[in-house]
Design a protein around this ligand. Structure first.
Ligand code: FAD
Length: 257
């Protein structure tokens, strides 16, 4: 099979083991170490597994602050061929649409056969970016992916069914689980090789982006308020259900309360 051109998207997120919340319930990021988002890690392993099966060329991309280059260095350690960091103060305040738009403009230049994403990132948690990318780039979309075979048969796991089909490229896949054989850890040789590789850094100007499509100005959603929902304990009440019409009446009253 000919070389397959792959982009893997990883996001830098606070290490869930070290997360702290302020009294107002917002995430405290200062001093919290960052890691590759866990679903992104599965996406990375799936991408690396393709290198064993095909002659795959893998570009890892992240959009974030300059320290997000750490997660790209990890991608290089695991075997990615190239790494690109999209970083610019003008990207600040981007919602998922502005993020996807920015990522899509970089991906367009690479013209990959396949874009591999995690299902959802652990901080933003919207699961919107992969689907938005498929719309922006006009790629086929496969969600809930758990495996991809040698001949690109894709396995998707839904609540009640597992679906296997022949993937049509170009495509975006979002990985919900991957238990394949790609290694979790990199060796010292991989580590040293990755240290010697360059990470390409692109800002809004280099990508030729118009400023009204990125950052806060390009965002279609606005955060009005963030809060931790109140958890209410509701006492369970048991009623005699032997008279169905009376049971319905009681239920309606209870639900209206
Ligand atoms: P999901 O869609 O849940 O992620 C799924 C997968 O997409 C990931 O596993 C990964 O493969 C890929 N992916 C997602 N994001 C990236 C990325 N950045 N790089 C590479 N791959 C990625 N966040 C900030 O950090 N700073 C801000 O100032 C900021 N302002 C915001 C303002 C608004 C109005 C809103 C709504 C959100 C803001 N956010 C901000 C959050 C930001 O929009 C999200 O973090 C981002 O769009 C990704 O969404 P998600 O985490 O829900 O990704």
């Amino acid at each position: 099979m000919a070389e397959i051109n792959v982009v893997v998207l990883v996001k830098q997120v606070p290490d869930p083991a070290s997360i702290k919340l302020s009294e107002e319930g917002t995430l405290l990021r200062d001093g919290v170490p960052s890691v590759i988002d866990p679903f992104g890690k599965m996406a990375l392993r799936l991408a690396i597994s393709l290198k064993k099966k095909h002659d795959a060329h893998i570009t890892a991309i992240t959009m974030g602050p300059m320290q997000a280059s750490d997660v790209l260095r990890k991608c290089l350690e695991h075997g990615c061929d190239k790494a690109v960091l999209l970083s610019d103060r003008k990207f600040a305040g981007s919602d998922t649409w502005a993020t996807s738009y920015t990522l899509s403009k970089c991906i367009e230049r690479i013209n990959p056969d396949l874009i591999i994403c995690g299902m959802q990132a652990t901080d933003g948690d919207t699961a919107q970016v992969p689907a938005e990318l498929s719309v922006l780039l006009d790629y086929n979309m496969y969600s809930n992916v758990t495996d991809l075979s040698d001949n690109l048969r894709v396995t998707q796991a839904y609540e009640r069914e597992i679906r296997t089909s022949q993937m049509k490229t170009p495509a975006v896949i979002s990985v919900s689980r991957y238990n394949g054989d790609a290694p979790e850890l990199s060796s010292m040789t991989d580590f040293l090789r990755a240290r010697s590789m360059d990470i390409e850094i692109l800002d809004a100007e280099a990508l030729g982006l118009s400023y009204d499509k990125i950052g806060l100005r390009g965002s279609k959603t606005k955060v009005v308020k963030t809060f931790t929902p109140e958890i209410r304990k509701i006492e369970t009440v048991y009623h005699d259900g032997s008279d169905p019409s009376n049971a319905v009446k009681i239920l309606k009253e209870e639900l209206n309360e």
